[in-house]
Ligand binder design. Structure first.
Ligand SMILES: Cc1ncc(COP(=O)(O)O)c(C=O)c1O
Length: 361
């Protein structure tokens, strides 16, 4: 008997060639392939409309990692507090920007605590867990804040009224919503900082070939902007496909919350992740191994927390009990556009096998 093809934990998607082709033709006709050309400028307008801000607040970048680095680089804060429960890109961005970072714990909701005393020398990088929605009113407004909302474009954030010392960063990586292969969008409260970030992304140039500030090459090319346009053209369809996949898995999620898992607000919207918060570490481990044996791929998206990674050994941190707990009890299950009823049946069968394994223990 042939076993069915394994079900991947994600399936990266970018717009089909026929949807991108007219934009690529326009790129070729313009003779501009990068350096903030017409495709990039128009894409900035379209994202500004989507997010409820002005186009001069928006910066396009080659990746969210570089967008985070640019937002940090144009802030006056020299030290940055970063939750350890995040993807390695968040602390990497602090290093790329040449600033000092320290890891802080998350709360039970997996968001970092931002309620400490305000210190303009210390910036904060709250990370929206796994594409969660967020409310700008959740944090105090005087601080330097860069919100890592890499996977949260699908929760349709409205950034109108973003305070001047804040920035929000989204990813357009192929595994995210509105994927364009690679790319990122940064929205600043202050158009002056957006301008500085645009200069940073272009070698620190500001109209001449003098680097007036430290910079990088972090620009979004016209070719990636073409993919960005095609992704936005297909947004209504894409959004419905993500919602379908979520609807298909919702029954299994509800069943899990009756025995093996606990509910976690924010993880049930349009996002490229299905992350389950299990009742304890042992349950998560048994589900992980049983699903894998049944051809259902799972992923510890943020491994054991960034503080355990050799690259960040030099970062300070205190005790991180909620980070350790979050890493131990959370597990990513398959979530992608086109997830089928049959796939969900296979996942459900594998979860039942995990239940049997747990009761036999
Ligand atoms: C929380 C978080 N931040 C940043 C990134 C980096 O995004 P990019 O791949 O666009 O650099 C990711 C990507 O997975 C992420 O999950």
């Amino acid at each position: 008997v042939l076993s069915p093809a394994p079900i991947p934990v994600m399936r990266p998607t970018a717009p089909a060639f026929h949807a991108v082709a007219p934009y690529l033709e326009a790129v070729h006709a313009s003779g501009r392939y990068s350096n903030l050309g017409p495709q990039e400028t128009h894409l900035r307008d379209r994202f500004a409309r989507l997010l409820g801000v002005d186009a001069d607040q928006v910066v396009t970048v080659a990746s969210a990692t570089l967008g985070l680095a640019g937002a940090i680089a144009v802030s006056p804060a020299s030290r940055w507090s970063v939750p350890s429960f995040t993807f390695t890109a968040t602390p990497a961005a602090v290093e790329i920007a040449g600033r000092k970072g320290r890891f802080v714990d998350v709360g039970a909701d997996w968001w970092m605590d931002t309620s400490g005393p305000d210190d303009p020398g210390t910036g904060l990088i709250p990370v929206a867990p796994f594409g969660s929605p967020f409310d700008l009113r959740s944090w105090r407004t005087s601080s330097e804040i860069v919100i890592d909302a890499a996977a949260s474009l699908g929760s349709q954030p409205v950034l109108t009224g973003l305070p001047p010392t804040w920035a929000v960063v989204f990813s357009l990586h192929a595994t995210k919503v509105l994927g364009a292969g690679e790319g990122g969008i940064v929205v600043f409260g202050d158009p002056g900082r957006a301008d500085a970030c645009r200069n940073w992304s272009n070698f620190g140039f500001a109209g001449t070939r003098e680097s007036i500030r430290l910079g990088a090459n972090a620009k979004m090319s016209e070719i990636h902007a073409a993919y960005g346009h095609a992704a936005l053209d297909g947004w209504a369809t894409e959004r419905a496909e993500w919602a379908d996949a979520r609807r298909l898995t919702a029954g299994l999620q509800r069943e899990l919350e009756q025995d093996l898992a606990v509910s976690h607000p924010g993880l049930d919207g349009v996002s490229p992740y299905w992350v389950v918060r299990f009742r304890d570490a042992a349950t998560a481990a048994v589900v992980e191994s049983t699903l894998n044996e049944h051809g259902v791929e799972t992923r510890r998206w943020w491994s054991g927390g960034c503080h355990r990674m050799p690259a960040y050994r030099h970062w300070d941190h205190g005790a991180l009990p909620e980070t350790e707990a979050a890493a131990a009890v959370s597990l990513g299950l398959p979530m992608f556009r086109g997830l089928s009823v049959q796939d969900v049946g296979t996942i459900g069968g594998a979860l039942d096998a995990a239940r049997r394994a747990l009761t036999n223990d």
